[in-house]
Design a binder for this molecule. Structure first.
Ligand code: ZN
Length: 205
């Protein structure tokens, strides 16, 4: 199946304008204008005039992950304790409301034969956060990626986030944070390893 068959109007109206991430800024700007008008907003207001373009650019940015090369290294030192990166800031877009959710990720793994540069853990979080997401899936995707790339003995991922769709609308649960976790390998099977991981992550502080 071709892209034309999947998104006929998009492709027909904007051939050549779609970037590598599927973003068509001109079509997005027009769509935001339509949305604002449909919501009863005044596009002639000088403060609003450039808003469709700004919104289109902002969403394009939020949905475009930074490129990174996931270089792994042999675990020559035979390091066999958990590697944990704590409090990695992240933000993502709620798939259901297009509103941001943001918080911190704690990502750890128990190395096998391969290790990953520490800064890359934050890159992995960013890569999966820069798309429409639900927090549970984001957590699982980060864990699954580490499992697939490193084949470690264990993977643990904990995300704590505030969802604007919960805090500024609906139940207006300001400050409420949602915690999700994904545990693989030894962290799933061994209560003592799990306890150690959660002690390192220290989410109850
Ligand atoms: Zn939402």
């Amino acid at each position: 199946m071709t892209a034309t068959a999947i998104r006929p109007t998009h492709t027909m109206s904007s051939a050549g304008r779609v970037d590598g991430n599927g973003v068509d800024l001109i079509a997005a700007e027009a769509a935001v204008s339509d949305l604002l008008v449909a919501l009863g907003q005044d596009l002639d207001d000088p403060q609003t005039r450039a808003t469709p373009r700004r919104v289109a650019c902002a969403y394009a940015e939020l949905l475009t992950p930074a490129t990174f090369s996931p270089t792994t290294f042999p675990n020559d030192e035979g390091y066999d304790e958990m590697v944990v990166a704590r409090d990695i800031p992240f933000s993502s877009l709620c798939q259901h409301h297009l509103l941001p959710f943001k918080g911190v990720a704690h990502v750890g793994y128990l190395p096998g034969d391969r290790i990953l540069g520490l800064s890359k853990l934050a890159r992995v979080v960013d890569m999966f956060a820069a798309r429409l997401q639900v927090q549970e899936r984001l957590t699982q995707q980060i864990a699954n990626w580490l499992q697939a790339e490193l084949d470690p003995h264990a993977v643990g991922v904990v995300l704590e986030a505030e969802h604007l769709c919960m805090s500024v609308r609906g139940v207006r649960a300001r400050g409420a944070s949602t915690v999700t976790s994904a545990l693989l390998g030894r962290l799933r099977d061994d209560p003592r390893s799990r306890q150690e991981f959660f002690r390192l992550v220290d989410i109850s502080r």
